[in-house]
Design a protein around this ligand. Structure first.
Ligand SMILES: [Zn+2]
Length: 123
């Protein structure tokens, strides 16, 4: 099927930007649906903290590529002790840097940089 013959809905889907597609993935995969439900059940204060977290760590500090939003939301909301520990440290780091107006390049590595440095996939 050529580009011109596609119906308007199909055309719209094709024209969506990566970010919006990520948002759609957030809605359509069951794991991310679970995160969305958890996100919605957060207190307003925690939701703001989650938004701030996602924004603050939105880019890989090494290659500067954008980290997938749903992965960051997933890290923030994951309740396994190991991930909670990482999240708490990252939130503390974020708040310390912001509160003291310190500008340094910190962040969460993207999948590719993580694999390159640690020679394994993100757990
Ligand atoms: Zn990277």
């Amino acid at each position: 099927m050529s580009e011109q013959n596609r119906d308007p809905v199909h055309q719209n889907i094709l024209s969506l930007h990566g970010d919006l597609l990520n948002e759609l993935r957030l809605i359509f995969t069951s794991k991310d649906r679970e995160y969305l439900d958890k996100y919605e059940s957060l207190t307003e204060e925690k939701r703001k903290e989650c938004d701030e977290f996602v924004e603050f760590f939105s880019h890989c500090p090494r290659c500067k590529k954008q980290n997938p939003k749903y992965n960051l939301i997933g890290l923030f909301l994951d309740e396994t002790p190991k991930k909670q520990k990482i999240k708490k440290k990252l939130v503390k780091l974020m708040k310390d840097l912001k509160n003291n107006n310190i500008s340094v390049s910190v962040g969460v590595l993207c999948c590719e940089c993580y694999k390159e440095i640690f020679e394994k996939d993100i757990p």
